[in-house]
Ligand binder design. Structure first.
Ligand code: SF4
Length: 447
C-alpha cells in the first residue's frame, strides 16, 4: 500500500532532544569527547571590554570553526548556514534548536579582529596538542618535518615585478588588510623586495612559485613538525613559499615545542631540503638530535670531471688526498660562504695524468669544505643505519597528513589573505587534524 505522510507541521509543542538525533559513530561525537576548551575564556578575557553588549561566545566561535575545518566548509557564510541547518553541527556547537547562529559578518569580524590579535588559534592548537601528549599519542622519540605549498587567494594576472613596487598602487591608506600587513612588515623582512620577479597586488606576501609540472602561482607554505608515533602535529608554521623560509622554520618549531612540552626528539626526519650543513650542524651540535636527513650534496659534479667524493679527507693531518695520492692543503681561512679551501700544488697537477678529468680549466684543483663538514659526515654515517631505513618509512606520515589536508579537508587554496591569514588557516586545519586523530585513537567505535 502506498504510504502518505500524515502532515502536521503545524504542531506547536515537540518533545525533541538533539542528542538523540546525532549518530553514535558521528565524527563530531568523538571530537567532542577529546576537545577541552577550558581556559579559553580566561585567556581571551583581556581582549574583551567589561561593559557593552555581549559578543559571540568565544567557545561557540571555536566550535564552529572546528566544524568548518573538519568538514571542509571554509566559507563563513556557508558555515553559518550549515550550523543553522545541521543537527549534528548544532549539537557540537552546544546550540539548542531555538538558539541563534551568529551572523556571518559578525563572525568574520571577530575572527579577523579579536581572535587574530589575541593569537587564540595558536592557544587552541597548543591546548589540543598538549592533550595529545597527555593521552600518550606522542612518543617524543622521532619527529618528522616537511612543507607543502598551498595556493594563495590571489589571481596570477594581478601582479607586478619588484622593480615596479615603488611606483604601484599599494597605497596604505586605501589598501586591503593583506596589503596593509605586507607594507607594515616590509622593514622587518630582510629579503630585497625589488629583486622579486612577481608580486601579487592582491596578496603581496604570497610567493610566486612553480610546482613541478604545472604553471606558476602565488602560494604560502604550511610547515608541519609531527611526532611519528601516531602522526600528531606538534607544531605548524606558515611561511612564504620560499625554501629558505621553510627550512628555517625547523628551528622555530623545535624550540617552541621544547618550550611548550619539554619534548626533544632523538631523531629528526626530513627530506634533502633540510640536509644543508648549517641545519645539520644545528641539530647535532646545538640540539643533540640525530638528523635522519639525506645530506645536500651540491659538490657532486655531473660534467664527467672528478667529484669531491673521489678525494679522501684525512682528519689527522687536516688535508685531502687526491686519487693519485697527492695532498690538498689549506691555510685555514674561512670564506664568506663559511667554507675552508683546500688546494693541490700547481706542480703536482701540471704533470698529472688525470688533470683533464680533475681541473681542466684551472692550474690546480681546489676543494671547498664546509665548516660544518663534520656534521655532514656524521649524518652520512647515520644514513647507513637500520633506524634510518625506518625513518624513511616514517617520513610518509607527514606526507599523508598533507594529502589529507588537501583532499579531505579541502585546504588546497586559502580563503584568507596575508601571512597572518595563512597562519590562522593552517593552525585551524592542524587543530582539526589532531582532533580527528585523537578521536580515532582514543574513542572506541560503538558496536
Ligand atoms: S690534477 Fe692534481 S689534484 Fe687532480 S688528481 Fe691530479 S694531482 Fe691530484
Amino acid at each position: 500500500m502506498m504510504g502518505q505522510l500524515p502532515g502536521g507541521q503545524e504542531r506547536l509543542f515537540y518533545s525533541f532532544n538533539i542528542d538523540n538525533h546525532v549518530p553514535a559513530d558521528h565524527l563530531l561525537r568523538g571530537i567532542d569527547q577529546c576537545l577541552d576548551l577550558g581556559g579559553l575564556r580566561r585567556y581571551l578575557a583581556p581582549f574583551y571590554s567589561p561593559v557593552g553588549r555581549p559578543s559571540i561566545d568565544p567557545e561557540l566561535m571555536i566550535r564552529m570553526l572546528i566544524v568548518g575545518y573538519c568538514f571542509g566548509i571554509r566559507s563563513e557564510r556557508r558555515l553559518c548556514e550549515e550550523v543553522h541547518l545541521n543537527l549534528a553541527y548544532r549539537w557540537f556547537c552546544r546550540l539548542g534548536l531555538d538558539d541563534e547562529v551568529p551572523d556571518h559578518s559578525t563572525f568574520s569580524k571577530n575572527r579577523l579582529g579579536r581572535f587574530r590579535s589575541s593569537d587564540a588559534f595558536r592557544f587552541v592548537f597548543e591546548r589540543v596538542m598538549q592533550d595529545c601528549v597527555k593521552e600518550g599519542l606522542v612518543g617524543g622519540e622521532g619527529f618528522a618535518i616537511d612543507a607543502s605549498l598551498i595556493r594563495a587567494d590571489a589571481s596570477t594576472a594581478r601582479r607586478i615585478s619588484g622593480a615596479e613596487l615603488p611606483y604601484c598602487e599599494l597605497d596604505p591608506a586605501q589598501a586591503t588588510r593583506a596589503v596593509r600587513e605586507y607594507l607594515e612588515g616590509l622593514d622587518e623582512d630582510g629579503r630585497p623586495q625589488l629583486e622579486r620577479k612577481n608580486i601579487s597586488l592582491t596578496d603581496p606576501a604570497a610567493q610566486w612559485t612553480c610546482a613541478p609540472g604545472g604553471p606558476a602561482f602565488f602560494a604560502y607554505s604550511t610547515n608541519y613538525l609531527i611526532d611519528v608515533r601516531a602522526g600528531v602535529i606538534m607544531d605548524v608554521e606558515a611561511t612564504p613559499a620560499y625554501r629558505t623560509d621553510e627550512v628555517d622554520s625547523i628551528k622555530t618549531m623545535v624550540e617552541r615545542v621544547q618550550e611548550r612540552t619539554a619534548l626533544k626528539p632523538r631523531r629528526m626526519i626530513g627530506d634533502t631540503a633540510y640536509g644543508t650543513a648549517p641545519i645539520l650542524s644545528w641539530l647535532l651540535e646545538d640540539k643533540d638530535i640525530d638528523p635522519h636527513i639525506p645530506v645536500w650534496e651540491k659538490a657532486e659534479r655531473r660534467d664527467g670531471t672528478l667529484s669531491r667524493s673521489e678525494f679522501t679527507f684525512d682528519i689527522e693531518t687536516n688535508r685531502y688526498v687526491c686519487p693519485v695520492g697527492k695532498h690538498l692543503n689549506t691555510t685555514g681561512t674561512i670564506t664568506a660562504e663559511k667554507t675552508i679551501l683546500y688546494r693541490a700544488s700547481r706542480s703536482d697537477c701540471r704533470d698529472c695524468s688525470l688533470k683533464s678529468q680533475c681541473c681542466p680549466n684551472t692550474p690546480s684543483r681546489k676543494i671547498p669544505r664546509s665548516i660544518h663538514e663534520s656534521a655532514r659526515d656524521a649524518t652520512r654515517a647515520i644514513a647507513k643505519t637500520k633506524l634510518y631505513r625506518r625513518s624513511r618509512r616514517d617520513r610518509k606520515k607527514v606526507e599523508m597528513l598533507f594529502a589529507h589536508l588537501k583532499r579531505i579537508l579541502k585546504l588546497d587554496r586559502l580563503r584568507l589573505r596575508g601571512l597572518k591569514g595563512a597562519r590562522d588557516e593552517f593552525l585551524l586545519a592542524a587543530t582539526a587534524q589532531n582532533l580527528r586523530r585523537m578521536a580515532k585513537w582514543l574513542v572506541p567505535v560503538p558496536a
